[in-house]
Each structure stands twice: as structure tokens, then as C-alpha cells.
Ligand binder design. Sequence first.
Ligand SMILES: NC(=O)c1ccc[n+]([C@@H]2O[C@H](COP(=O)([O-])OP(=O)(O)OC[C@H]3O[C@@H](n4cnc5c(N)ncnc54)[C@H](OP(=O)(O)O)[C@@H]3O)[C@@H](O)[C@H]2O)c1
Length: 348
Amino acid sequence: MRLGDRFGAHRVLEPKGALPRAALRLDNQTPPYDNEIGLRVHALHITSTSFTRLWQEAAGDRERFAAAVMNIVGRQGKFQDPVTGSGGVLLATVDFVGPALGIDLLPGDPLVSMVSLALTPLRLDSVGAVNLSLGQVEVEGYAILFESGLWAKLPDDLPAELALMALDVAGAPAYTARYVHAGQRVLVVGGGKAGLLCLHEAKKRVGVTGQVILVEKDETRGGTALRLGLADNLVIADASRGLEVMREVERVTDGKLADVAFNCVSLPDTEMGTILATRDEGKIIFFSMSTDFSRAALGAEGAGKPVEMIIGNGYLPGHAQIALQALRENEALRKHFTGFLSQSEPQA
Ligand SMILES: NC(=O)c1ccc[n+]([C@@H]2O[C@H](COP(=O)([O-])OP(=O)(O)OC[C@H]3O[C@@H](n4cnc5c(N)ncnc54)[C@H](OP(=O)(O)O)[C@@H]3O)[C@@H](O)[C@H]2O)c1
């Protein structure tokens, strides 16, 4: 058998000794080893922070956006935003399953990668339609999953693009399921895809004695969350305005602040708003890729806030099932997300 390193170190071209995520360049040419999975790739679901950044950089021009994606993958042998370091996930059909893996997967099975594109060897032949609402781009290409790589089979009861979108942010509702308990006051900052899935999971878990609050800067998005019954209170505010967020959350919680907070925004500088709006000894899960460690750690120290701050790992056991179940059990949320599927290539 021809075996590669479990974590993919054998595919790192530069710098030698690095792991795939930290690598500048990966080998995307060598056919799959006997402990790897080979995938024919149909779509990339690019992490929101990177998608927004690249779309803005391309000034909403599809050709420039496609060229930027091709460029990054051509240079690195993977899709990793050179500025934010983040990637996303991919939608593919299984081409090859290494015999050493002994897994329940066959060529032809549709699959979503559950490890980041930032560490997944990828080559692209073409880039097609762009869906800004979903953060997805159609492509033709080939990718490799290492032995340690997580994946999920696509469910047959949900559209592939919808499942892909939920699976990209599956860690967020999974953390909600782990940390939210009945009767708590829960704050979700950012009402995008991850935020809405957190809200759904939080509403389900706090019960009638709890309270779920959304901070969102966009009135339409915030209003949608309220209309879908996902939040008890809506605070329309820019989360980078820390004092304003704290005062508003104080107001809607009678001064008690949040027991648990989830930061799901796509833009930087929102750490302090989340910290100040959380009660002493409360917990904060920073899911946003824009989170800055020193701003959070030194900011909490500077404000004398003894809060526990957790980095939202993209993976928790059962995260795929939790995210897909949210779409299955909440028809209004599923319909809302389904509305994104047809929105191709809007202007920036
Ligand atoms: N930890 C992980 O493993 C992991 C995995 C996947 C994704 N992520 C990250 O999770 C975050 C959310 O992803 P997503 O897909 O849910 O993104 P999304 O759909 O773009 O949602 C982000 C939301 O945050 C709002 N927002 C941005 N800046 C804000 C501010 N200053 N104040 C209030 N609201 C603000 C946005 O509103 P506007 O649209 O009006 O700007 C939007 O509603 C991203 O940073 C993404 O990279 C993390």
C-alpha cells in the first residue's frame, strides 16, 4: 500500500515540515494515496469573511472574482484566503476511496468536506456561476481528503447547496447545543447563516423561561430573525460600537446581561461589544474568523470583565447532524435559506 501522512504532511511542498493549513503550497497533482479520498469538485462554499473580502476586491465583477479564486488555488494548491487565512468547504462527488481507509463511502457518492479548504489540496479547471447570498461558487476541479479529513455524505432530503451552506457553519449550532441550557439569556451577535442557526438552537434550548437576543446591524436581516421567531429581542446596532451594544443588551435584560454569547459576525472589531454585553463569569464563543485574540484578551482585562472566552472550533462531534436537523425541524428557517439558492451574482 502507498500511504501518505495521516494529517497530510506528505503533500506540503513549502515550507517543509509544516502542516497543510500553515503551508504556502500543497501538492495538488499526485493522485490519491491509498489512505486518501479523491474528489471531483462541483462547488466551493467560501467562508463568509473571505467571500465578502474577495467580492469587494473584485468590485462585484464575476470575471475578476473568478480570476482571484483561480489565482489563489493556482499559487497555493488549495483555497486559503491570503489575507484572512480562512477557506470554506466543498461540494463534490467521490472519485476514489483509498482501500486503507475502510470507510462506508463509494465512488459516485455526493459528499461535503468538513475540513477547511485552507488545508485541502485542490486544483481547479474552471470557475462558473457565483451566488453571493450563499457565498458559493460553481467550479470544476479535483481535491484530496487526507486520512484525518472529516466529510459528510449529502443528505437526500435537502438540496445540496442548502446542506453545504449549513455544513460550512455547523460548528456554530453545535456549540450552541453544548453550552446553552434552559432558562438562560443568550446573545447572538451577527444574524447571518451561522447566527440564524445559533438562534434556532438557542431558542429550542432556553425554553419559555429563557431569552434570546440578536444584535445585528442590518435592519432587514434582524427583522427576518424576529419574523421567523428565532429571537425574543432584536438590537439593531453596529457590534463594533461596544458601549452602545452593552447598553441595549442591558436594557432588554433588565441590567442582567447575557449568560452566554455567540459572536457570528463577518467583520472585525466586534470583540468588545460582545464582552461588555456578557455578564461576569458568563461564557463567550467567538465563532467569527475576524476575532482577534489580543483584542479579546486585553479588551476583557482592560474592562475588568471575568468572562470565559472560547474559540469556536469548526468541529464538534455530531455537528453535521445538528446543523442539518435545524433545517429539517424549522420549516421557516429552511424556506428562508432556500430563498438564497436562486440569488446568483448580485451587484457588490
Ligand atoms: N469557527 C469556525 O470554524 C467557522 C466556520 C465557518 C465560518 N466561520 C465564521 O463565522 C462568521 C459568520 O459566518 P456566516 O457564514 O454566518 O456569515 P454571514 O452570513 O455573512 O453573516 C455575518 C453577519 O454578521 C453581520 N455583521 C457584520 N458586521 C457586523 C457588525 N459590526 N455588527 C453587527 N452585525 C454585523 C452581517 O451583517 P451585514 O451582512 O449587514 O454585514 C451578517 O448578518 C464568519 O466570520 C465566518 O468566517 C467560522
